[in-house]
Ligand binder design. Structure first.
Ligand SMILES: [Ca+2]
Length: 518
């Protein structure tokens, strides 16, 4: 008799306790206490609550607009030579979308991609970025530090990813439900490297204008610099004539795709010969190209061939990419013509030959290429076998501008076609990997073609709902106003005008098979 009420009371208390536990969010660790985590080889140096509003990243002049988040700063040292800085930003439980997003880097820059992190956290993601193990873009960081090169090549992104997942788990009290990686340029290489080397890291990967063929691209930069500079190192083609080349190439090839819209749908179909605008006399004026200028442009299109076998070492740059905008980045100036020496020549000096006095004119495109591919394979991401990534259910969404003057789009297409062959054909590849080519788009952004689109949104649909992207609707803006929309189609499909409706409206186009190339 005495026990009964007591028993009932105990039961009642436990059920209150149980329902209370079920209703509450899983117990996470308060932000400031995350410094106490003991992840092997990782030191958390700071963990601070950041208030919504303006956040000015270290060393930056302008502030980013951010929601409230927990900012974790950390250093990973997977080897005794490593010093990989990374940050993890975690939204509070109420605004977290339950997902994690790793973001990529640009070029050789050793810096945390704060802008991309702000974009991710605004979208509700927990996010992470790393400096890839060095500061700045001076390539001398790798001299005498072979492990730092591996960190930059691929390890830093992986270590960041594994550590960030754990930090998010501890901060939120549970693991993220999905993980995505988003990157363009060097970030596109990192994206493909993750799919190839660390297939378990991400459920979905966005690889934009990927610089994944890094070793051969570096040889391509050098060959193209030599082909476009005179013996004194002066650029042969002035900027105004780059614009002339683009105008002439577009005029010659615009209609080949069946629609005169100022865009070359597929520059591989364009055989514009710069000799068509050669000067008729010895007078060199702004409306024509001299013989050396014609020869230099042709070499840019042709790419770099192996001196002994004739094999294409690295593809040339597409017709249309010469100079489609005023900034040096919208054409061949930034990476080829403006530099006083071949871009990334320090790759050879400090990473390959360990000879600061190396003269780039002594390069041997036979033996030196073989040596580089033997010694530095960890710097490239060119494995065409994505079986493990496909098998774990991963989805890979890639895109590239057909006017990209930095990473030649033909190389991105060649990688996609190589994977298609390796993975068992187009249908077996489309299941998990799609490539969207953007006519008239430059390197990651910009250009006369529609070049803004939500790749991550399309990937989320694919990963989370099984809805594969059949097109990405891209917009082009002039002075902030949308003046053209157009579907980007999964390669090898192309957007074709239906015959009615505005050529500036995506709805007037459908994705169809391209006619075979001649
Ligand atoms: Ca056209």
């Amino acid at each position: 008799m005495i026990r009964r009420p007591l028993f009932a009371l105990v039961v009642a208390s436990s059920s209150v306790l149980a329902s209370g536990m079920a209703a509450a969010a899983p117990a996470g660790t308060p932000c400031a206490l995350l410094t106490a985590l003991t992840i092997p080889t990782v030191t958390i140096t700071a963990a601070t609550d950041v208030a919504a509003g303006a956040f000015t990243p270290p060393g930056a002049q302008t502030a980013l607009t951010v929601p409230t988040f927990c900012r974790v700063e950390a250093i990973a040292r997977p080897t005794s030579d490593s010093e990989i800085r990374f940050e993890v930003w975690i939204p509070p439980a109420a605004s977290w979308n339950g997902k994690f997003q790793g973001v990529g880097n640009g070029g050789y820059q050793g810096s945390i991609s704060y802008g991309a992190m702000a974009t991710a956290v605004r979208r509700g993601y927990a996010t992470a970025s790393t400096d890839t193990g060095h500061a700045g873009d001076d390539m001398r960081f790798g001299q005498g530090h072979p492990e730092k090169l591996v960190d930059y090549g691929h390890r830093a992104i992986h270590v960041m990813t594994e550590s960030a997942k754990l930090i998010v788990r501890n901060a939120a009290g549970r693991f993220a439900e999905r993980s995505y990686f988003v990157g363009c340029s060097a970030g596109g290489q990192q994206a493909l490297s993750e799919a190839q080397r660390y297939p378990d890291d991400y459920d979905g990967i966005v690889a934009g204008d990927p610089a994944n063929n890094r070793i051969r691209q570096t040889f391509g930069f050098l060959a193209s610099w030599v082909a476009t500079h005179d013996a004194d190192g002066k650029p042969i083609i002035p900027p105004a004539k780059l614009a002339l080349l683009t105008r002439s190439a577009v005029a010659a090839c615009d209609a080949i795709d069946g629609l005169e819209d100022g865009l070359i749908d597929d520059p591989r179909r364009c055989s514009f010969d710069p000799a068509a605008v050669a000067c008729r006399s010895s007078v060199d004026d702004a409306t024509c190209l001299t013989a050396p200028q014609v020869a230099a442009a042709k070499k840019m299109y042709e790419g770099t061939r192996h001196p002994r076998t004739g094999e294409l070492i690295f593809t040339g740059w597409p017709r249309g990419s010469e100079g489609f905008g005023e900034p040096a980045s919208q054409g061949w100036r930034q990476y080829i013509l403006d530099p006083v020496a071949p871009m990334r020549a320090d790759f050879f000096r400090y990473w390959l030959f360990h000879d600061p006095n190396w003269n780039f004119r002594t390069i041997d495109f036979d033996r030196d290429l073989a040596y580089a591919e033997q010694k530095l394979p960890f710097l490239a991401a060119v494995d065409k076998d994505l079986t493990a990534f496909k098998k774990r259910g991963g989805k890979l969404l890639s895109y590239t501008g057909w006017m990209d003057p930095v990473v030649p789009p033909q190389d991105t297409v060649a990688y996609y076609e190589g994977v298609t062959t390796t993975m068992g054909g187009p249908a077996a590849t489309r299941d998990f990997y799609r490539l969207f080519m953007a006519p008239g788009m430059g390197h990651c952004a910009g250009g006369p073609g529609p070049n803004q689109f939500d790749a991550l949104g399309a990937l989320e649909q694919w990963v989370e709902k099984g809805i594969a992207p059949d097109a990405l609707v891209a917009t082009h803006r002039t002075d902030g106003k949308v003046d053209r929309t157009r579907p980007l189609c999964p390669y090898p499909l192309v957007a074709r005008h239906k015959g009615t409706g505005s050529i500036d409206e995506a709805a007037s186009f459908s994705c169809v098979s391209a006619t075979p190339r001649p």
